[in-house]
Design a protein around this ligand. Sequence first.
Ligand SMILES: NC(=O)c1ccc[n+]([C@@H]2O[C@H](COP(=O)([O-])OP(=O)(O)OC[C@H]3O[C@@H](n4cnc5c(N)ncnc54)[C@H](O)[C@@H]3O)[C@@H](O)[C@H]2O)c1
Ligand SMILES: O=C(O)C[C@H](O)C(=O)O
Length: 358
Amino acid sequence: MQASADVNQRIARISAHINPPTDNLQMEGSSNLKRENCRAKGGSPGFKVAILGAAGGIGQPLAMLMKMNPLVSVLHLYDVVNTPGVTADISHMDTGAVVRGFLGQQQLGDALTGMDLVIIPAGVPRKPGMTRDDLFNINAGIVRTLCEGISKCCPKAIVNLISNPVNSTVPIAAEVFKNANTYDPRLLLGVTMLDVVRANTFVAEVLGLDPRDVDVPVVGGHAGVTILPLLSQVKPPCSFTQEETEYLTSRIQNGGTEVVEAKAGAGSATLSMAYAAVKFADACLHALRGDAGVVQCAFVSSQVTELPFFASRVRLGRNGVEEIYPLGPLNEYERVGLEKAKKELAGSIEKGVSFIRK
Ligand SMILES: NC(=O)c1ccc[n+]([C@@H]2O[C@H](COP(=O)([O-])OP(=O)(O)OC[C@H]3O[C@@H](n4cnc5c(N)ncnc54)[C@H](O)[C@@H]3O)[C@@H](O)[C@H]2O)c1
Ligand SMILES: O=C(O)C[C@H](O)C(=O)O
């Protein structure tokens, strides 16, 4: 009898370790110790970051990588499903950021209040045969709701918008912020970093270089022909044959579709996107900290062309986008590509604007 009672006690102790209650720390041989009674002061110096859509294919690895970022002191994970599990999991990582989870629209305000940076990968991804624009009907409404929350709870936060179609969701976000009188175009950035990441990778492969040594500006937008790599401006300076130019331009423009087809119905790029999103978010946090010379490509409110939004190289600072660089000299191939890109972009931007204005 005594032996079986010991075994039961041991099983109870082990199960408390494997499956601890969410807000009590079970201590062996003691009564419950509440989290709020722990000695942790909470909050190392750093920035407060929220991820909206944190339980998704991008959201989960993005949350993990942001938890590893030393510039982040507080990480809020918001989704309409599964955030308790993702939050419990990530909160066990022994890095500085304090992690909190928020579930469902009634907790959106708490997730957003006090945030310095909000990253949005919420929304449905493509399946083979779809364009990014085919996601508009579902994702436009999701982005509108989330941006209404931002305008109420953290209107001064920098927003990194990942949800597709980026060429339309960024104009949607701008209109929502305008309606709420909180629009600051410097704070709204459509994330096109994955196009740059892919361009660096594919160009390095063609040239036989390390991708970390390659920098390819990618301008325009984030869909098909609107993705315009400026191969004439690659660093380090180099030249390409016409065949290489056509191969690289097409591969960079269709990189997303390449992944969608390879995943065969299981979604689109998630891991490379999480990597790209963290690279971009980290640049925003360094800029917020006051670091000089932070330059990345992003889809922003712009006067670089006659279109109201355009992706190009921007300098980031404490106030978000502080300078937008001109496109620089383009060759004939790029000039033709630019005209095609602008034509498609104009329609996508208008579609986003009229979704809110109608
Ligand atoms: N900008 C880019 O370069 C880029 C790259 C890859 C994917 N994307 C886009 O990112 C989006 C997400 O892709 P994914 O693969 O992570 O999709 P996913 O379906 O795996 O995850 C999306 C998450 O969003 C959540 N969500 C849905 N509605 C929500 C709401 N109202 N509020 C908060 N969260 C909500 C879902 O519950 C889910 O957890 C897609 O639109 C995709 O096209 C953009
Ligand atoms: O291609 C997609 O639908 C996802 C994303 O925009 C990408 O470029 O990978």
